[in-house]
Write a protein that binds this ligand. Structure first.
Ligand SMILES: Nc1nc2c(ncn2[C@@H]2O[C@H](COP(=O)(O)OP(=O)(O)OP(=O)(O)O)[C@@H](O)[C@H]2O)c(=O)[nH]1
Ligand SMILES: [Zn+2]
Length: 198
């Protein structure tokens, strides 16, 4: 198989780790925490690093191969773990993504489906936009006949606080191309990417 790789480098504004640490210290102090207490002195630095990790996507090589076998059925990666943070509260939402496509001339290195999910999950997000961005990105880069993405996630802003709906899971989906327009393909996709499945 002939492999082609394209380096995907996420674009974002340069971060300021020291500034984030100072801001975290001010924020926690303003909330009434005593940062001189044992155990808390390093917390602003840890908090800044933790959020930087959650908000920074990783670069990767998007490797595709010629579809030499002419494989034209669904390729689906199920239960890809997702970790993102909601843009409203900056609290995590955690769940799984089922990502599939109907190949055209190229097929994708399988791990790249999970890497594309991570690319868009690492940022301040809403689940609907994340779902759509993963589908649109694959559609643009893969020229597939169809793309389908289902995400099922628990939002900690909805379970830890506020309404405290512990265990409530939100399902979103985006279908493009044949997976959206052809009833049989759509039904097959949802049979294999059923929400609730792990
Ligand atoms: N559509 C959508 N809403 C989200 C997502 N993540 C969090 N939210 C919601 O964003 C809304 C923000 O509502 P606000 O009323 O401004 O915030 P709030 O006062 O903290 O609301 P409560 O959570 O109801 O206490 C909440 O209803 C959250 O559940 C998401 O990915 N998609
Ligand atoms: Zn939230």
């Amino acid at each position: 198989m002939t492999a082609t790789a394209e380096r995907v480098i996420p674009r974002r504004t340069a971060a300021d780790p020291a500034g984030a640490e100072h801001a975290a210290a001010d924020f926690l102090t303003a909330l009434g925490l005593d940062l001189s207490a044992p155990g808390l002195s390093e917390t602003p630095a840890r908090m800044a690093r933790a959020y930087a990790e959650l908000l920074t996507p990783r670069a990767f090589d998007l490797t595709t191969f010629d579809n030499e076998e002419g494989y034209d059925e669904l390729v689906l990666a199920r239960a890809i773990p997702i970790r993102s943070v909601c843009e409203h509260h900056l609290l995590p939402f955690i769940g799984v993504a089922h990502v599939g496509y109907l190949p055209g001339d190229r097929i994708l290195g399988l791990s790249k489906l999970a890497r594309v999910v991570e690319l868009f999950a690492h940022g301040a997000q809403v689940q609907e936009r994340l779902t759509r961005q993963v589908a649109d990105w694959l559609d643009r880069h893969l020229h597939a006949r169809g793309v389908g993405v289902v995400i099922e996630a628990e939002h900690l802003c909805m379970s830890l606080r506020g309404v405290q709906a512990v265990g409530a899971r939100t399902v979103t989906s985006t279908l493009l191309g044949t997976l959206r327009d052809d009833g049989r393909s759509r039904a097959e996709f949802f049979a294999l990417a059923r929400p609730g499945d792990r």
